[in-house]
Design a protein around this ligand. Structure first.
Ligand SMILES: NC(=O)c1ccc[n+]([C@@H]2O[C@H](COP(=O)([O-])OP(=O)(O)OC[C@H]3O[C@@H](n4cnc5c(N)ncnc54)[C@H](OP(=O)(O)O)[C@@H]3O)[C@@H](O)[C@H]2O)c1
Length: 309
């Protein structure tokens, strides 16, 4: 039976380190969270961000815009926050309504206030290993591996999914020349031929596909580590809704060494890292620059003794 890599202790470690940093530096981090339209899943995430902010001592200003908001209005909203020195970070809740150009909105965010790495400048920094905010979901995958002391260096990591928000940045982060990365990475997608041949060679397989329980036992190698980024709403025969990942947990848990659950896995780490980016931006506004190595040291080094992989 695979070890369960739950997200809760990872998020708790992140939040504890952030609380210490906020207190030690007398920070008053402030985020503008922009939501457009009333997507039910988004509503859940938005409330989660607001309540986490309150617990951490970070102010979250929620700007709820109607589903028919124009691109110009959205850009105005972002521009206003860019110019407001009391706002340290901007988060755009996805999905945005149809007709809005996500890339244009992401590009409009001041790179210093870009909490989910939507600005192309920040995405480019990932390739260069230059300091900057990192996208929360890929960082959640890295933090989960680090927390559970799963070696990445020299391992073959296969990612299924090449989106700009998960698969591509994560692949580049895993390639970093850093002790907590240094992986050999393969990225697969819907046009990959012989998917099983590729995934069966993975020491660590990461699924970010958006298809419920897509990864079955025959796609994985014995004793691999499985990270499930997918969050898919499914409805059973009785009409009851629940969430499952992109990995078929039941069929894979007997073959894998370790696996993240859904819900309660990568998704539960993601929000804490949004606040890491906020605290990083708030510190930078005060002239204190901390990079990801600093943060990972602060979060995980103190925890080492308590970790039981
Ligand atoms: N945990 C979190 O915090 C978090 C955050 C963001 C997203 N998510 C979840 O993660 C999942 C992926 O999100 P996303 O935004 O990256 O999705 P996305 O933009 O739809 O990308 C999905 C990727 O999966 C690939 N794919 C689709 N069908 C495939 C198949 N049959 N074989 C191989 N590859 C296939 C696609 O290939 P092509 O490029 O060829 O189309 C694409 O690259 C979703 O379930 C989403 O809800 C979770």
């Amino acid at each position: 039976m695979a070890k369960l890599l739950t997200g809760k202790p990872v998020a708790a470690a992140v939040k504890a380190a952030l609380k210490d940093l906020i207190a030690a530096n007398s920070l008053q981090p402030r985020m503008l969270l922009i939501q457009a339209g009333a997507d039910p899943a988004s509503e859940f995430y938005v409330q989660n961000i607001v309540s986490n902010g309150a617990k951490l001592g970070c102010e979250v200003i929620l700007r709820s815009l109607p589903a028919d908001v124009s691109q110009a209005q959205l850009l105005d909203c972002v521009e206003g926050a860019n110019l407001d020195p009391s706002v340290h970070g901007i988060m755009i809740q996805k999905p945005l309504p149809a007709g809005i150009d996500d890339n244009l909105i992401g590009s409009a965010i001041d790179p210093r206030k870009d909490l989910d790495c939507l600005n192309p400048q920040n995405l480019g920094k990932i390739i260069l290993e230059a300091p900057g905010p990192l996208p929360c979901t890929p960082l959640a995958a890295l933090c989960t591996l680090k927390y559970y002391q799963i070696p990445i260096q020299g391992r073959h990591v296969v990612i299924i999914g090449r989106s700009s928000i998960v698969g591509k940045p994560l692949a580049n982060m895993l390639l970093w020349k850093k002790p907590f990365a240094n992986a050999s990475v393969t990225v697969c997608h819907s046009r990959s031929q012989n998917l099983a041949e590729l995934t069966q060679t993975a020491d660590i397989l990461i699924a970010a596909i958006g298809k419920p329980e897509f990864v079955k036992q025959d796609l994985i190698k014995e004793n691999c580590v499985l990270l499930d980024v997918g969050i898919n709403a499914v409805v059973d025969a009785q009409g009851k809704q629940s969430y499952v990942g992109d990995i078929d947990f039941n069929s894979c848990q007997d073959k894998a060494l370790a696996i993240t659950p859904v819900p309660g896995g990568i998704g539960s780490v993601t929000t804490s890292l949004l606040f890491l980016n906020l605290v990083q931006a708030c510190l930078a506004a005060q002239g204190v620059n901390k990079n990801i190595d600093d943060f990972l040291g602060l979060i995980f080094d103190a925890e080492k003794k308590e970790i039981t992989p």
